[in-house]
Design a protein around this ligand. Sequence first.
Ligand code: UDX
Length: 459
Amino acid sequence: MQLAIIGTGYVGLVTGTCFAETGNNVMCIDIDENKVNKLKQGKTPIYEPGLEVLLERNIKENRLQFTTDINTGISGAKVIFLALPTPPGKDGSADLQYVLDVAAALSKIITTYTVIVNKSTVPVGTAEKVHAVLSQHLDPSLFDVVSNPEFLREGVAVEDFLKPDRIVIGTESEKAKKVMDELYQPYIRQGNPIYFMDPRSSEMTKYAANSYLAMRISFMNEMANLCERAGANVDWVRIGMGSDSRIGKRFLFPGIGYGGSCFPKDVKALAFTAQEMDYDYAIINTVMQVNDRQKLILGQKVRNYFGSDLSTFKFALWGLAFKPETDDIRDAPALDLINELLAAGASVTVFDPEAMENVKQIFGNKIQYAESQYAALTDAHALIVVTEWSEFRNPDFDRIATALVHPCIFDGRNVYSLEKMNELGFYYESIGRKTIHKHVHDTLAMPQNEIIRERGTLD
Ligand code: UDX
């Protein structure tokens, strides 16, 4: 099938490339000339495992092309996907300007029946708005507007696209339904369901899914904070409750708050939609508050330990991206933590396998950038684990202890076992679990050998 994808951001690029991979002819359109030129050479502007291989292959096979020209780009397309940004406005509402502007442009150039698909996450009622804009210049018999939300996780987006848990299509047009059904056949043949529903329910489904997941995380973050106070271990609680099949084991990991390009934006937009409809969606408002608070928790732990003036201390941060396997730092808790540490006068050295360049653009020379995870540790007073990249999971602890001024770890993702930390003699704080080896506090001024002698105490 001939397809056009407008917008080659994260969603547009993965969508276009994966559709090409299943044999469609795909034209990706973007106004950013630089980006389009790079993409034509098979270079992706984002780090996403598996994407570049598919990109190169499909460009070579002539199934995937890129252009800045919308007029020629959409020519012959049976389906046009709108994968445009919907940034949060000041009040938290999703800004639809890009989507509606492109719809207006399309209304003047479409000449044969085309299905226009909203792939971006858009508030309830957007399909109707897009329909209204298109109708200004276009006969309604020449198009249908369909809602088709994406459920792609960064880091595993290609796999999520090719093997989706489900596909949600919002349309009441039989003609559009048939086209979408045909397009998604390769994905549903594996047994995954495709659900056809009305556009409003489809639009709401995306917000419901993301907000529910964000709520689950906030629930666990609060549970973790309570476990710390109650002397319980949140990891056991997580396993114990997650084994109930009604709850499930996934997405119950406490941490330092959810980040990324979706959860914060979508929860806010849902709260705004509720407000617009004069409904007090109390739980959603609380989810946002809890997350804002949780993002500060690691910085607070550091200040409780080292004092509120951190000007004589240096900290090594492992991980900056909002989660592993991505270079995305949008709404990443690491940014709040760095700001908190800098505000208290600390010196900060960071390492992330993929996200360093993006962080440089924000913090410039206010912080130091290490060449490797171990180089970040030199002369630091503590290691702070922010993102749970695999390479941080089983590090050389002797090297850590030797490089640090004090063997001290603050772990925002619970990647290390309490037993191991106790055995190795680290001062160790994590989320929702007991603090290990509190006595190191008294030894802040002690030389390394004294500290090593101190090892082995479990508070
Ligand atoms: C999310 C949705 O999962 C995806 O379906 C949607 O299309 C886009 O938004 P993504 O933003 O890639 O995907 O990240 P995800 O893996 O869902 O994680 C979001 C945030 O929650 C991260 O900051 C992560 O660290 C945090 N998280 C996740 C937790 O703190 N605990 C968990 O148990 C899971």
